[in-house]
Design a protein around this ligand. Structure first.
Ligand code: KG4
Ligand code: ZN
Length: 364
């Protein structure tokens, strides 16, 4: 008879300290028993981005408390945990080390197996936890730190078929908001303004649509917004409607790029003849209603299922690490005390490495 498996997961690769407990029941269904996330926004607010040293110190202070809270909220004693999963990269190295050291300590003290998880695999496997998607499916990861298309074929089998060559879309939203004097994080603020703006007034570029493939670029867009803002300010002081129109023009450009590149990624994925084709989207930017609507229309056109996990499991969290750890545990992975923290760790080692480093660390 199938057994129940319970994993504790730890996440500390960026600016959220998190711990969670996930269990797969004897019936095969996985369930999130607890999901504790302690953010660090207040600590970094004054600096306009995540400060790695501050992040690492805060993770070291909070991670064991998060573990305690996650176990208590799940009502599962440490003794009943089958294995301990931890993000071992990619990310800000000091933060990743805090999590890995804590997980090693727990593993050494209890004798429970230790499982190092790639943060990106955590995101990419989430739709299996939330929607029980079958392999293979296409994942579009869009956040402040990531932007890539992955074909997921197994917990250790991903092909990256495209991604940003510079900024992640969330960074572009945040920088655009900053240029226009809107609140951070910029995504929700830009979206709210865009809803009342004219997307046709300003002509913004659709970067890299003229190039074959699924790679994208978003850094030029914010420069275009800056130029348009400065030109508008030369004629007049910038008015609320100008801000709305700039936001609408910017957001529509992002939507157009993501829609076209998703169409191309789906074509590559559909060539594998999946029995139940599906596109899943994850990351904070997946909260954007215009982006979701655009992606949904592409999937409808191609008769592909569209799914987006609930926001709490789309953004950084430890339930996704516990779940990925669970699949890796079932596949036989066990790590030793030599598990190292990796600032860069591409999910797909056969494709070319991503360029640059986002505001939230290496893009892997
Ligand atoms: O996944 P996430 O919470 O953190 C990481 O980047 O790892 O994503 C945060 C990003 C921020 O850049 C934020 O501006 C963006 O997601 N975001 C949005 C929206 N809500 C959050 N971007 C566009 N539209 C939104 N509604
Ligand atoms: Zn992430």
């Amino acid at each position: 008879m199938a057994q129940t498996i319970t994993l504790l997961g730890l996440e500390s690769s960026c600016d959220d300290t998190a711990a969670a407990v996930v269990r797969r029941g004897a019936d095969g269904h996985a369930e999130v028993l607890s999901n504790i996330v302690v953010g660090q926004n207040d600590l970094h607010k004054a600096f306009g981005g995540v400060v790695p040293e501050i992040a690492a110190r805060a993770h070291a202070e909070k991670i064991d408390l998060c573990v305690e809270q996650a176990l208590a909220a799940a009502d599962v004693p440490l003794a009943d945990i089958d294995a301990i999963a931890v993000t071992a990269g990619p990310g800000l190295i000091g933060g990743v080390m805090s999590g890995v050291m804590c997980a090693k300590g727990l593993s050494a003290a209890t004798g429970k197996p230790l499982i190092g998880v790639n943060h990106l695999a955590g995101h990419a496997l989430t739709p299996r936890l939330t929607d029980e998607l079958n392999y293979p499916y296409l994942m579009l990861l869009v956040s402040g730190g990531h932007c890539q298309f992955l074909i997921a074929r197994g917990p250790n089998n991903f092909s990256r078929i495209g991604g940003t060559i510079d900024d992640a879309p969330g960074e572009a939203f945040d920088k655009t908001a900053r240029l226009l004097g809107l609140a951070q994080p910029g995504g929700p603020a830009v979206q709210a303004e865009a809803e009342q703006g004219d997307p046709k007034r300003f002509k913004f570029p659709r970067p890299m649509l003229d190039r074959a493939g699924c790679d994208m670029s978003f850094s030029g867009l914010k420069t275009a917004v800056l130029r348009a803002r400065n030109e508008t300010m030369q004629k007049n002081t910038i008015r609320r409607q100008d801000v709305r129109d700039l936001c609408a023009g910017f957001q529509t450009a992002v939507v157009d790029v993501l829609m076209e590149k998703t169409k191309r990624a789906l074509t590559l994925y559909l060539a594998e003849n999946p029995t139940k084709p599906a596109l899943a989207v994850a990351g904070g930017v997946a909260a954007n209603t215009a982006i979701r609507a655009g992606l949904e229309s592409v999937t409808n056109e191609l008769d592909v299922q569209f799914t987006a996990p609930p926001l709490a499991l789309c953004t950084d969290n430890a339930a996704m690490i516990a779940y990925a750890g669970l699949e890796l545990f079932e596949a036989g992975q066990r790590d030793g005390m030599d598990l190292s923290a990796r600032p860069r760790w591409p999910l797909d080692t056969s494709s070319a490495p991503m360029l640059g480093s986002g505001k939230k660390g290496a893009k892997a």
